[in-house]
Design a protein. Structure first.
Lengths: 267, 304, 342
């Protein structure tokens, strides 16, 4: 059966386009990695092989702090945004249309609708008032801001998944006297998992990438990797940023490989 | 409707709200709520040194449609704003189409891998995005510049004999945006395709439907929620794109995001920037509502 | 998950430990602060300096004005210094706490934007001129005509940095006006010369260091320090021109914020960087001159004689400090700039 449906699901040209897409996606990454081994201080002119940018990046405390900060903010925002978005998606799909549903939908997608710089200026003023009033200047503001703009990115894939799921299994579970919570835990959630995973991954990369809002919201000593790089944009990038990116990629790939090897063994 | 049914409907609506409230609260505090400040600022007077003077003025709103030609000392239609706006819409629409054309086959490909491989392919899509947007955009520039890999390869293959000038054109911005926003199309599509029951294809082919017909009549209607989600996630943010047009477009061709930023920073005209933002917000919100309404109507008629 | 939460909690906790013993929050341009300088300062005083980056005067100003930013020192450009003072965002300096204030070079002491240096002390200064690959174009490079009436060799190969005030000022001076002019005739000429030149530019972008070095661009309106790096990268092919019609000089200066929490530490730092050998460390890192008398002898060899850093005598007179531009002058600039970038 599996064999058969695999055959049938083939659409002509799709695999070719997909493989080409993956190749194109990695082409720039490939050049980025190459130049991280550049001996000269350029990210575009090759000056021989060297590892010294790795040494530089490793010795640069500011970069290390910024990287950790980016990951902490990204992970927190992704977890929070995905949780909130899942709840909201459950609340706004697969039930009889209710008053205010469209309002909720528009509100949730609102962060998508204005250029980042606008939200950034608004948050700058609003958080400025709170910072002065409370004296708190911690990472909480950045996490809150990132969570907020990540919500639509998590919400839309989860909602799309929910909409394409049918109610039959859940109804069946309920018919078998499963409590609503049991039905949710044992039936809905596992079915929803690919949507949640897609949403969480999007939220994480969106947070990891954010420059403008972070630039306006950060307080003293809260540079993230993107704002650190933005600070260098005017003068010149050095392969140091390539080295950082390559190390991040390397860590990701190692972790993922380990993860897949471990889960495969279990199977 | 019996009282019991009415009760159930009311209950369902209440649950809908309760489940959405946590997200709405966070958004109200850290996104939508503070935007009210922007609305307020659009009615104030610009301060030459940045910020606003708390004095009512409609200059910001007038500035959207009319520019005061300081040379001829008269108001005239702000055609520069229209040019910028039109370019943004056009580029964003094309970006959405390109990401769909590439993203749909990619999502289909991933969703039809054996179950335990799918997560790996999904990660492969997102891994390039672990490198920061700025550095990634520079890497794209490295590929498409005149002496870059792309041109070198095309010349070597004999397709062209002189390098194509791609960098600093709208094509470059398009390539960059399609690259940046591809995962935003692929992931929602994947989430719906993964759910797709392949037996429907079998049924369709058994009934002698062609592949193209099957794609149009069977597959697309079912994965429509994913297409809607993906297009919104690509189209709307690309309207306000900032980094890509700046780096790959060479700064000679602004998009709305850059233009609004100019007002808030170097131009020091916050009320105009605020009014432009509110206008953009209203337009996008309206378009989104219409899009969702139409899409939902189609869907119910498909099933009904 | 648990790890993540505890890590978050930890970061949150440490971030709230503001104004602890021996700290200083410096808000400065990205990639502009020598790490060796900070290490030396910490070794001598025990004060740990945290640097946070910005990439535009406007962002820095807006952030501090919004309040609660948590910074002690900021490093704005000359034309922004009066704005910071006027808005009451910075403190007047107590010069008795800055014994090294006497080291400020005479020409940098009584500057228009801060007479007597009562609110700001020098960090670095430089100029906006024109970098040209002399292999591509062998003509006169000490003129704004290079980008305003682009010679055929450079058509489609020249870049212009997207700095509104710098570019508008260069063009205004080229047509014979003063920067931030409010004279409609002058500004019309400025607009016309810019609009006529734009089709000949390849781009309006940053990143000149890279793209001049790898040959993507053959010329660019550019800063002196960046051009020096390019000259070294290209074995002298790329040279720096000082437009004789007038070119902008910029200086970034350190200012003490009104709501600074670490005032004592801030004074120590300001005094520290006015010692010639320390000022030279700043220059050695970012490749710009610093305005402290006697720092030259501590500078790296290649900077002591660099024509980009040590302004040749014949080009000194054309250098101009840009005024703080407001009102009609600013309106003209924004209108032309929008026209130029649409």
């Amino acid at each position: 059966m599996a064999e058969r449906s695999f055959e049938i699901s083939r659409l002509p040209g799709f695999a070719t386009i997909a493989i080409a897409a993956f190749a194109l996606l990695y082409l720039p990454i490939f050049t980025l990695v190459i130049y991280s081994f550049n001996a000269s201080n350029s990210v575009a002119v090759w000056g021989g092989f060297s590892l010294h940018w790795y040494a530089d990046a490793w010795a640069n405390q500011a970069v290390k702090d910024a990287t950790v900060r980016s990951l902490v903010i990204g992970a927190s925002a992704a977890v929070l945004a995905t949780t909130l978005a899942t709840l909201a998606a459950l609340g706004t799909t697969r039930r009889k249309a209710f008053k205010g549903q469209t309002f909720i939908y528009v509100m949730i997608n609102q962060p998508l609708m204005v250029p980042e710089v606008v939200t950034a200026v608004a948050l700058l003023i609003f958080f400025g008032i709170i910072k002065v009033a409370t004296g708190y200047q911690g990472l909480g503001y950045l996490i809150a801001a990132h969570t907020a703009f990540c919500i639509p990115f998590a919400y839309l894939p989860i909602r799309a998944r929910l909409e394409s799921m049918d109610l039959a299994l859940e109804t069946a579970a309920a018919d078998l006297y499963a409590s609503p919570w049991q039905t949710f835990r044992r039936v809905t959630l596992p079915l929803l998992a690919p949507g949640i995973m897609a949403g969480a991954m999007l939220a994480f990369v969106i947070s990891l990438d954010d420059v403008v809002i972070t630039e306006f919201v950060k307080s003293g000593g809260q540079d993230t990797l993107p704002t650190y790089m933005l600070g260098q944009l005017r003068r010149a990038f050095t392969p140091e940023v390539n080295a950082i990116s390559t190390m991040l990629l390397g860590v990701t790939v190692v972790l993922l490989t380990a993860f897949f090897l471990l889960t495969r063994k279990k199977d | 409707m019996s009282p019991a049914e009415q009760n159930a409907v009311r209950q369902s609506a209440r649950n809908g709200w309760l489940l959405s409230v946590p997200a709405l609260v966070v958004l109200a505090l850290a996104a939508s709520g503070p935007l009210l400040i922007v609305v307020y600022y659009s009615f104030l007077t610009a301060n030459d040194t940045g910020g606003v003077i708390r004095q009512f003025s409609l200059e910001g709103w007038r500035g959207i449609f009319l520019t005061y030609d300081i040379f001829d000392e008269e108001y005239r239609l702000a055609d520069a704003h229209l040019t910028i706006f039109w370019r943004s819409v056009w580029l964003s629409l094309t970006t959405t189409l390109v990401t769909f054309a590439v993203g749909f086959p990619t999502a289909w490909f991933i969703a039809t891998r054996p179950a335990q491989q799918r997560a790996m392919w999904l990660f492969l899509i997102t891994i390039p995005f672990w490198t920061n947007l700025l550095i990634r955009t520079f890497a794209i520039n490295e590929v498409i510049r005149n002496e870059g890999i792309l041109n070198t390869a095309l010349i070597w293959l004999g397709v062209i004999d002189r390098p194509l000038q791609i960098v600093y054109t709208e094509t470059a911005v398009l390539i960059g945006m399609a690259y940046v926003y591809l995962p935003l199309m692929v992931l929602p599509l994947y989430a719906t395709i993964e759910r797709f029951d392949m037996r429907l294809l079998e049924a369709s082919y058994d009934l002698y439907a062609s592949r193209w017909r099957t794609l149009r009549r069977v597959i697309l209607p079912i994965v429509k929620p994913g297409i809607i989600a993906g297009s919104i996630l690509v189209f709307v943010p690309s309207l306000g794109a900032y980094v890509t047009p700046r780096v790959l477009g060479g700064g000679k061709k602004m998009m709305i995001g850059n233009f609004i930023e100019l007002q808030f920073l170097q131009g020091k005209n916050w009320p105009l920037g605020a009014a432009l933002s509110v206008t953009l917000l209203i337009i996008v919100m309206g378009a989104l509502l219409i899009y969702v309404r139409v899409a939902n109507r189609d869907r119910s008629s498909d099933h009904g | 998950m648990k790890h993540l939460l505890s890590a978050t909690a930890m970061v949150l906790a440490t971030a709230t430990l503001a104004a602890a013993e021996g700290q200083l929050q410096l808000y400065n341009w990205g990639n502009y602060t020598s790490p060796e300088l900070l290490a030396k300062f910490q070794a001598e005083t025990g004060i740990k300096v945290t640097v946070t980056d910005y990439d535009s005067n406007d962002v820095a100003l807006a952030k501090v004005e919004a309040g609660g930013s948590g910074f002690d020192l900021v490093v704005p450009s000359a034309s922004y210094v009066p704005i910071w003072v006027e808005k009451g965002l910075v403190q007047e300096l107590d010069l008795s706490r800055l014994p090294n204030h006497k080291n400020i070079a005479p020409e940098w002491l009584d500057v228009d934007w801060d007479p007597g240096r009562t609110h700001s002390i020098p960090w670095q200064w430089g100029s906006t001129g024109i970098a040209v690959n002399t292999k591509v174009y062998g003509g006169d490079i000490n003129t704004s005509a290079v980008f305003l009436e682009v010679p055929p060799e450079l058509v489609g190969k020249i870049n212009v940095v997207p700095e509104m005030v710098d570019i508008l000022s260069l063009a205004t001076m080229y047509v014979g006006g003063e920067p931030c002019s409010t004279d409609a005739e002058v500004m019309k000429k400025t607009r016309d010369v810019l609009l006529a030149a734009k089709p000949n530019w390849i781009s309006m972008d940053y990143g000149a260091t890279e793209r001049l070095s790898n040959g993507d661009w053959a010329a660019s309106v550019n800063w002196n320090g960046s051009t020096m790096r390019v000259r070294l990268n290209t074995n002298g092919d790329v040279q720096y021109g000082y437009p004789r019609e007038g070119y902008p000089i910029f200086m970034d200066s350190v200012m003490l914020l009104q709501d600074a929490k670490n005032v004592d530490e801030a004074y120590k730092f300001m005094d520290f960087i006015m010692l010639p050998e320390n000022a030279a460390m700043i220059s050695a890192f970012a490749r710009y001159a610093n305005g402290i008398a006697g720092s030259e002898e501590f500078m790296p060899e290649d900077m002591k004689t660099a024509p980009e850093v040590v302004v040749p005598e014949e080009h000194k007179a054309a250098g101009v400090f840009l005024p703080t531009c407001t009102g009609k002058g600013l309106e003209y600039m924004t209108a032309i700039w929008t026209e130029l970038q649409k």
